[in-house]
Each structure stands twice: as C-alpha cells, then as structure tokens.
Design a protein around this ligand. Structure first.
Ligand code: SF4
Length: 484
C-alpha cells in the first residue's frame, strides 16, 4: 500500500470516479487510502493478494503510520535482494538531496525573527488601540455634559477592551512560544509537524524535509536514504556514503556528490571509512581564480621541510601557534616574508590590496584535501555521470508518481513513508530491468541456491558424529531425524 500523492487541486475524496482511479493506477501513481479501500473490493488482483480482506481507509492510513519500522526494514531487505540479484554494481554511488513538503504550512513554523516581528506588530496594534481610547476620552471630556456618552464615557469602549484583551492574549502566546524556542536551543518551532522545518534550497522555499539518497551507478537503485530537516547538504556526505557502503557490503566505495556537500571534515570522515569521495571544490578558490589571483592550489607544499613554495619560488614558513578557525578546524598558518613580497613582481596576482605579505592556512589534515584535489583533476567524466545517476529516482518519484508531499508527521513516520516510496521505486525499477517473468525466475534461482545451501547444511547435521548430538541435543531439546 503506497502513500497518496498531493495534486495541485486534489479531487474530493468521495468524488473520485473509478475511471480516475484506474487512470492513476495505470500511470503508476500511488492511490489514496479511500481509493485503496475501494480497490480492495474491486480489483481482482488485490482481492487475491489480501485474501478477501477489505480494510477501511482509516486502517490503511494507520497501517502506514504505525508500521514505519517494518517499512524501513522492508526497504533495507529489498536492497539486499537487489544485491543478490546482481542489480547493484556496488562500486560507485551518487549522493544528493531533494526537498519534500511536510504536513505543515509555512505559517505554522516560527523562527525567532518571525516571533519577534509578530510581538512587535502586536505591540503596535495594542498601542494604536490605547491611543484611540485616549483620543476618544479626550474628545468626550471636551463635550458639554449632556452630550457625553453614557456609562464609562468611552462609547464603544467595551468592544475595544475585548479587542485589546484578544491582542494581549495573542502576544502572551507568542512570548511563550519564543521562550520555548529559546529554551529548546532550536532555530525553528513547528506547531503542527514538530520535525518539519522551513527549508530553502536553490531559491526554493518549503515547509518540510530534505530527503537524502545514495543511488547505485549500475541500475540507479536507491541503496541508502535518510530524511533530515536541515536545508544544507554539507553535513550529510559521510553518513550517506557510510550507509551506502554498509548496504552494499562493499570494502571500498566511490561516492559522487555536488559542491553543496563539500566539507573538509566530511571528506576526512569518508577517507577514514575507505570511501573515495568526489565533490567539486567550492567557489572559495574559484573566486580567487576569477579575480586572477593565486589560489591555494598554486602553492606547493613540501612535507620534508614543512614549507609552502609560492609561484615565485619563495618559501612560506609555518607559525608555531595553532588556530581554530570558524568551522572548528585546527589550522597552521604559513607566511612569506614581508620584504620578499614587497619586491615581488607577482604580488598583484598574489596579494589583496590590504595585505603586505601572503599567508596560507593549512588544516592539520590538509593531506586529505590534497589527495581530494588531485583526484578531482581527472574526475570530469565521473562528475558528468553523477547527476544522471542520482536525479533519476527524484525525477521519477516527483514527476512521474507526483510524490512531493509527506502525509504523516514526525521523523519516525516520515522516514517510514519515505522508505515505502523508495521501496516502490526500487521494486518498479527491478521489474523494469528484469521484466516480471525475469524477476520471478531470478527469485526462483536464488531460492534454489538457498535450498541447496540449506539441504547441504541439513546433510551435515544429519551425519554429525554421535558425540555432537549427545552434547547439543539436550540443551536445544531436539530429536534426531533418521531417514528411512
Ligand atoms: S607576493 Fe610573496 S607569496 Fe606571493 S608570489 Fe610574490 S613572493 Fe610569493
């Protein structure tokens, strides 16, 4: 049972015709729970599959919400099956992320800035009411006694008091939300789906989640995936690559990602796990190159003397002290001599207008980045393949299946729903690659191998020496089968 899709103008549930359902089903689009309920009483294949059970739409919807663990496990198992069937290459994966809408609106998610603005706006409204009451009082006071309003002298003061009270209550709620947000240490708070966040990527802003996938190069199957609520991909590379390596059972793995994943710490984490990562270098050095200035790659490091050689052939020596940079990395700074830089004919291409000598920061694990830079020199073809590999699943799920929204709330359920969608994608892909008969034949073949292994194991157990039976039979409480 697949989660439903959200269309731009969703049809009323009770108005969806059988023809619509059939058309959706034919297009491979997931059906909503009420549609699945109807199909369970109409579609002969489904009636057979469910052995005549006709679950209500609420049962179907709850099944998806309550069985997130099983859905994730089923997805993992299918990747193992794909390995068994030779559908994955296991040497190259491409990693990417895509934003999916959550079951929350943008208006239901608050940031500190937004709450602050709301409180300021409410203060202004309250102040405006207070002023209008004062102006009203002053005008009333100027009138002759017989023309003054009765009661408290405020005309429609009762209405205004109620409005001010409502605004004050709203302000108290906003202040309480702000206090809760600050106490939690989070940057955002969602009033509907607690884990959905306002995310922005490539100019696209949504309230929802960032789905990360690692896709195998051979047949573009999703071998690992995760749902996070961080807009940025910069902290996701090693976790995704490690998950893919584990799922593929590979000794080593090449992981391709776009420049949004570039992080020195993540590259090191990959290398520590035997993962060879390919991530384009960020704009930082490209910016210097565009300005016609020497970038880090123009300086050669000599490990024997622990110095850099600049393009003019002059040495840059290290400072003794170590510094922690803004991202927490420990760096050693190397500097050229002021006198040499001052008289250098290349200084226009090397120094910024405000500096008199060149310095370079070297991360304590810079050798990791040097190896990565060297790899990227000849990785043009690999990087061209990257987008073709990883964008296939997202393109298929978003454009063909129309799946862009999560229908459940909270990380556990959302991850379960995503696992179901990844499983549907992988299963459809396996059927497309092998064909239905081919898929069944491959399964039967694997089953036969398993049966052979099981039969061989059984044979070994049957001919096991009597002392073994004497030792293991009592604790396991088993009897020995003696063939006729
Ligand atoms: S300015 Fe200094 S560091 Fe730069 S190339 Fe000239 S000598 Fe080397």
């Amino acid at each position: 049972m697949a989660p439903s899709i959200q269309l731009a103008s969703p049809p009323r549930r009770d108005k969806i015709s059988n023809a619509d359902q059939q058309a959706r089903s034919n297009r491979g689009q997931p059906l909503e729970a009420p549609q699945l309920e109807r199909e369970s009483g109409r579609n002969l294949e489904l009636i057979w599959l469910l052995k005549g059970l006709k679950p209500g739409y609420r049962t179907i919807a709850n099944f998806r919400k309550e069985n997130w663990k099983a859905l994730k496990a089923a997805n993992r198992s299918f990747v193992l099956l794909a390995r068994e069937l030779g559908l994955v290459g296991g040497t190259i994966v491409a990693i990417d992320g895509s934003l999916f809408h959550g079951d929350a609106s943008k208006a239901s998610i608050f940031t500190r800035k937004r709450l602050g603005e709301q409180i300021a706006r409410l203060d202004q409204e309250i102040e405006a009411y207070r002023k209008s009451v004062e102006d009203n009082d002053a005008a009333e006071a100027k009138k002759p006694g017989k023309d003054r309003a009765d009661g408290d002298g405020r005309g429609d003061g009762g209405d205004i008091a109620a409005k001010v009270a409502a605004l004050m209550a709203k302000r108290s709620r906003a202040e309480a939300d702000l206090a809760r947000l600050e106490e939690s240490g989070e940057t955002q708070m969602s009033l509907t789906d607690p884990d959905a966040r306002l995310l922005v990527k490539n100019g696209q802003g949504i309230a929802g989640y960032n789905v990360q996938t690692a896709v195998d190069d051979k047949h573009k199957l999703i071998v690992a995936s995760e749902v996070v609520n961080d807009s940025s991909d910069v902290r996701q590379l090693s976790a995704m690559a490690k998950a893919a390596k584990k799922a593929l059972g590979a000794e080593t793995l090449q992981a391709l990602a776009d420049e949004g994943y570039y992080s020195s710490v993540e590259l090191k984490a990959c290398e520590d796990e035997g993962i060879i990562a390919y991530v384009p270098l960020p704009e930082g050095s490209a910016r210097l190159e565009k300005q016609g200035r020497f970038a880090l790659k123009d300086f050669n490091y000599d490990g024997a003397t622990d110095t850099y050689r600049c393009p003019a052939g002059q040495p840059l020596h290290p400072f003794k002290s170590r510094q922690k940079n803004t991202s927490g990395r420990i760096e050693i700074r190397y500097a050229a001599r002021v006198a040499i830089c001052r008289s250098c004919p290349l200084k226009v291409r090397c120094l910024s207008p405000t500096t008199t000598y060149r310095t370079i920061g070297r991360w304590e694990h810079e050798d990791v980045l040097e190896r990565h830079r060297a790899r990227m020199q000849g990785a043009g073809e690999l990087m061209r393949r990257r987008s073709g590999i990883v964008e296939h699943p997202f393109g298929t799920l978003k454009c063909r299946a129309g799946y862009r929204h999560f229908l459940v709330r909270g990380f556990d359920k959302v991850r379960g729903e995503w696992s179901l969608m990844a499983l549907c994608y992988n299963f459809t892909r396996a059927l497309n690659i092998l064909g239905f008969d081919g898929f069944l034949a491959a399964l039967a073949k694997r089953l036969a191998v398993c049966q052979c292994i099981f039969a061989a194991l059984l044979q070994h157990i049957l001919v096991a020496p009597e002392p073994l039976w004497t030792n293991i039979r009592p604790p396991l409480q088993i009897g020995r089968f003696v063939p006729a």
